[in-house]
Write a protein that binds this ligand. Structure first.
Ligand code: MLT
Ligand code: MN
Ligand code: ZN
Length: 320
């Protein structure tokens, strides 16, 4: 084949792009008041550990219009580290065309306050239960009405999915996940479908699918179906063992009590990821500062590697 016959049909073709803005669980890494082995080591500048901000991703199918998944308390730092989201076409500008909230937790919503200077209402997609929590127990959306305000859209939990007019080329399918509502939720002790969702991002042009679930409490049939259908799964990597926080003396709750499947052990995340086809890209996100996988020299990190499982980091790009 001659030089000019080189196939270039895909060169520059828009594709589903995801930027990991933050990869840590609530508290970030290091967590401000924590002196666990990981937090101490990263503060001392160990070469085997990288600091991480609280979890959030941004996605686009046309390299221009982006949707933000969750608004982390660290959003301003995250935006500074990813100038693509500031295209500077006008005095006040952003490439973030819509925001999708997967739950009403502090680590996924507080960043909305930092977006208050938006010149229009924020196009906000979340389930009505999340909107209720953010209008009552933690009335963030009410406060935002004094600033930019939001244009709220219900997230349908139907298999047909939905699109966002502001984010062309992407299609979304949300499914309810079993987990807890936040402590300030009026239905804290009666979790309902919609309190937490997982979402599949579908590239309308190529059909490529990425499943995102930073908080996954237990494997259920619809979740497993979404994971099997995906080209890439970006899922809960909060804790390595179910009793990690108890053993450390950091909490009285197990990983599963907190709505997060641990990676190790029976019915753990690794066991499930092993059952996916070899071609599926498997990445953990929302990693708690206590998790030994944060240490790149740890046996736990080596174990993940031997299972073909990646660990998300701030600034990671995923392209499908
Ligand atoms: C969680 O994922 O369990 C919560 O975000 C924890 C928190 O931030 O308080
Ligand atoms: Mn969280
Ligand atoms: Zn720590």
């Amino acid at each position: 084949m001659g030089f000019f016959a080189k196939p270039v049909a895909h060169f520059g073709k828009p594709a589903l792009k995801v930027r990991v803005l933050g990869s840590a669980a609530g508290g970030g890494f290091p967590q401000w008041n924590c002196n666990c082995p990981n937090c101490s080591a990263v503060r001392k500048g160990s070469p085997h550990l990288q600091a991480r901000t609280q979890s959030s991703i941004a996605a686009t199918a046309d390299a221009t219009n982006w949707v933000l998944f969750n608004a982390s308390p660290d959003i301003l730092e995250q935006l500074k580290s990813f100038p693509t989201l500031q295209p500077a076409r006008a005095l006040r500008d952003t490439a973030i065309r819509a925001v999708f909230l997967m739950d009403a937790q502090i680590d996924h919503t507080t960043g909305l306050y930092m977006l208050r200077e938006h010149r229009q209402k924020l196009e906000l997609w979340c389930h009505s239960l999340v909107r209720e929590d953010l209008s009552t127990g933690n009335p963030l959306l009410k406060v935002l009405e004094h600033y930019c305000g939001v244009n709220w859209h219900e997230v349908p939990l139907s298999s047909a999915g939905f699109g966002m007019p502001e984010v062309p080329g992407l299609h979304f399918e949300a499914i309810p996940l079993t987990s807890n509502a936040p402590p300030y939720s009026p239905h804290r002790n009666q979790p309902q479908p919609g309190d937490n969702v997982g979402v599949t991002l579908v590239d309308a042009a190529t059909g490529k699918r990425l499943f995102y679930a930073p908080g996954l409490g237990q494997m259920e049939a619809p979740v497993w179906a979404a994971m099997q259908a995906a080209d890439c799964v970006l899922v809960d990597g909060t804790l390595w063992t179910n009793d990690e926080m108890i053993t450390l003396g950091a909490s009285r709750k197990t990983s599963r009590d907190m709505g997060h499947m641990p990676q190790s052990g029976p019915d753990g995340m690794m066991e499930w990821l092993d059952k996916l086809p070899a071609r599926t890209r498997k990445i953990l996100i929302h990693i708690n500062n206590t998790n030994p996988i944060l240490d790149e020299a740890s046996p736990q990190r080596a174990e993940l590697h031997s299972h073909g499982i990646e660990v998300a980091y701030d600034g990671m790009d995923i392209e499908l």
